[in-house]
Ligand binder design. Structure first.
Ligand code: FDA
Length: 306
């Protein structure tokens, strides 16, 4: 992990920094990465994205809730998103984090909440993806996913795999046997070197390898990266191996590499924009700053702008 990323993630966990940023955050530039504080604002943003030919996955921000009440509210919020998608007719699915649904409170309670969301995804003929969080939560996340994909089917629920982890190659092979829909990402959390590659190059090489493995196994793959070098290399490989366009999609984050997103659409690829909304944006926002020194500069400039 780079010194910049590790420092930002450590500072972001500081309570004084966190309350300062939460007070001034929207002015500091969170609107660049967050599509609004309410679902209604966000649906308007999704309409605009759809007009440019891109599809969306909506994320009601929040993670690590402390009470059952908050977890139930987050569950209900995710269920409402499916209703809002149906009513507005926008082209979007939904992404959720299990810590938002009470994973750290009680595993069975979290499973029941996730089950209700997956049931709603199936009922509305839509799809929900479970985001992957840090490694202490990985085994239980996999367990909950496996139970629900068996119950609701791969067309209604998917998972994320992080290529900075040594174990991910085996996870991709195991999940490939169930033919599940995976989003492949590099990984955004601070992880120790006994579980994750310390060198970025190894994570990048593993990225290409795991995307190719999952596609070669005939499984739907969401290629979620802004790394143009990796995207270019994969585009050549996809063509050379005659991978059909309906077996994969590119995914990027709202507000990141907008030009590249639209360029891929103009080349005929499906592109999905991960679009978060809500009041609880701090942790998400901190990880975006940690990913790019340019973002930290952008935020500082915005803070001093009148
Ligand atoms: P990398 O970090 O190497 O960046 C490559 C280039 O992309 C940079 O040089 C820069 O130009 C640009 N770039 C990358 N991030 C940027 C940013 N924030 N702002 C501006 N430019 C940026 N992680 C996780 O652990 N669990 C999850 O569930 C998810 N889910 C998820 C969904 C989607 C749709 C995406 C795109 C990403 C995630 N991630 C995630 C985050 C992921 O793990 C990773 O941290 C980021 O995507 C950044 O890595 P890149 O692959 O973009 O490459």
């Amino acid at each position: 992990m780079s010194l910049f990323r590790s420092t930002v993630l450590t500072v972001a966990n500081n309570r004084v920094v966190s309350s300062f940023v939460q007070k001034y955050g929207m002015r500091m530039g969170a609107t660049r990465f967050v599509a609004g504080e309410t679902l209604a604002q966000c649906v308007e943003a999704v309409k605009e994205i759809n007009q440019d030919g891109l599809v969306v996955t909506l994320d009601h921000l929040g993670e690590s809730v402390a009470s059952r009440e908050e977890a139930l509210e987050a569950t209900q919020a995710a269920i409402y998103i499916f209703d809002a998608i149906e009513e507005s007719g926008v082209d979007s699915n939904v992404s959720v984090k299990l810590t938002q649904l009470g994973l750290d409170i009680d595993h069975q309670f979290c499973l029941e909440n996730m089950d209700r969301i997956a049931a709603k995804a199936k009922e509305t003929n839509n799809f929900v993806r479970i985001d992957m969080e840090d490694t202490p939560r990985l085994p239980i996340t996999l367990d909950i996913f496996n139970q629900l994909v068996d119950k609701y089917g791969k067309d209604h629920i998917g998972l994320v795999i992080q290529t900075y982890l040594y174990r991910s190659e085996q996870d991709v092979l195991d999940l490939g046997k169930k033919n599940v829909n995976l989003r492949i990402v590099k990984g955004a959390y601070k992880e120790p070197s006994n579980v994750a590659f310390p060198n970025k190059k190894d994570t990048d090489d593993n990225y290409i390898k795991l995307v190719q493995t999952h596609l070669r196994n005939g499984c739907y793959t969401a290629i979620a990266t802004h790394d143009e070098k990796i995207i270019d290399e994969l585009k050549i490989w996809l063509k050379a191996n005659q991978i059909p366009n309906d077996l994969f999609e590119f995914q990027m984050l709202y507000g990141v590499r907008n030009g590249l997103q639209r360029q891929l659409v103009s080349e005929g690829y499906k592109v999905r924009v991960y679009t978060p909304y809500g009041k609880d944006w701090y942790a998400y926002y901190s990880r975006r700053i940690a990913e790019s020194p340019a973002n930290a500069l952008f935020i500082l400039k915005n803070f001093f702008k009148k």
